[in-house]
Design a protein around this ligand. Structure first.
Ligand code: INS
Ligand code: FE2
Ligand code: FE2
Length: 305
């Protein structure tokens, strides 16, 4: 089988599109990363309809998520968690806290989250050895899942993980399990259920309220603790779960030019985030010193969470 995928190639600061063809059964990514065609459960990635052991849990997750993520809910969570007054800890300490959590929204992975962080970061590191900021972005992109921890009020999974989407405007059909939005209080609200809703054309994602979860929270933590990571890293952290936008090209009318620029990096990142999910474990102790050095370079030693 021949698989053709579009993959931006990095040349200095310029990103240009490049097509990769492969005669084997594998999808080869630009930097040499070989993306498996099937996940650990024998299905294609992000197949929400496949009869797998994960299917029921994942569907129930999205039912709850779509019912509860509303404008009012997001406003409340932004205000509450924006205070960053719960915990003081380092980035690495947070990675360790994620050891106990399995993401119920994910059809492709049932390993503890720390595995996923390291798998993502190490896959990027192999293909983009010089972009250390992107390695660190891989390591920290899902740290917002710490909201599941009791120190953070043990939020339910529907308020932490899963794909994200804008609230305050119509829910696009490309959202996974779209049908469950019918029970969302905003679904029949005329202020929120038109294409633009409370937004204006090209207003920029920065002005859009996304459903609340680990993306927006970690973005806040990184920004407020004055990370020196580039803006592309913050964009990746904030929108990596916005699959309707970066996979299905939905909601583009909300984006501005800067978003379009940053999106190129997010698309590169997404390949590693998604296709590195596997049962192959990384030796934490072996890679820890490298990541500690990156954390020191881009973050203060203790952060407010
Ligand atoms: O199930 C996954 C998981 O929760 C990821 O962390 C998130 O980024 C994805 O968008 C989501 O679909
Ligand atoms: Fe995520
Ligand atoms: Fe992830």
């Amino acid at each position: 089988m021949t698989i053709v995928i579009e993959q931006p190639r990095l040349e200095g600061d310029v990103v240009v599109e490049k097509k990769i063809q492969n005669e084997s059964n594998k999808v080869t990514l630009d930097g040499g990363f070989v993306a498996p065609e099937i996940n650990s459960f024998g299905h294609t990635f992000r197949d929400y309809d496949a009869e797998s052991e994960r299917k029921k849990t994942v569907e129930e997750f999205y039912r709850m998520n779509h019912i509860h993520q509303s404008v009012d809910f997001v406003k409340k969570m932004r205000e509450e968690y924006g205070k960053l007054n719960r915990v003081k800890m380092s980035i690495w300490e947070c990675c360790e806290l994620l050891n106990e959590f399995v993401d119920e929204s994910d059809p492709d992975l049932d390993e503890p989250q720390i595995e996923h962080l390291l798998q993502t970061a190490e896959a990027i590191r192999r293909d983009y050895p010089d972009q250390d900021w992107l390695h660190l972005t891989g390591l920290i992109h899902d740290l917002g899942k710490v909201l599941l921890h009791e120190k953070f009020g043990a939020l339910p999974q529907w308020a932490v993980v899963g794909d994200t989407f804008p609230v305050g405007c119509a829910f696009d059909e490309s959202n996974v399990h779209h049908k469950y939005f019918k029970e969302n209080p905003d679904y029949n609200n005329p202020a929120y259920n038109t294409k633009l809703g409370i937004y204006s054309e090209g207003c920029g994602l920065d002005n859009v309220m996304m459903s609340w979860g680990h993306d927006d929270y970690m973005y806040l933590v990184a920004k407020e603790n004055k990370t020196t990571l580039p803006s592309a890293a913050l964009f990746i952290i904030r929108y990596h779960s916005f699959y309707p936008m970066h996979r299905s090209n939905a909601y583009t009318y909300l984006m501005n030019e800067e978003d379009a620029e940053n999106l190129k990096w997010l698309k590169i990142f997404n390949k590693y985030d998604l296709y590195s999910k596997s049962k192959v474990r990384i030796d934490v102790e072996k890679v820890k010193p490298y990541y500690l050095s990156l954390i020191e370079k881009y973050f203060p030693s203790k952060l407010r969470w």
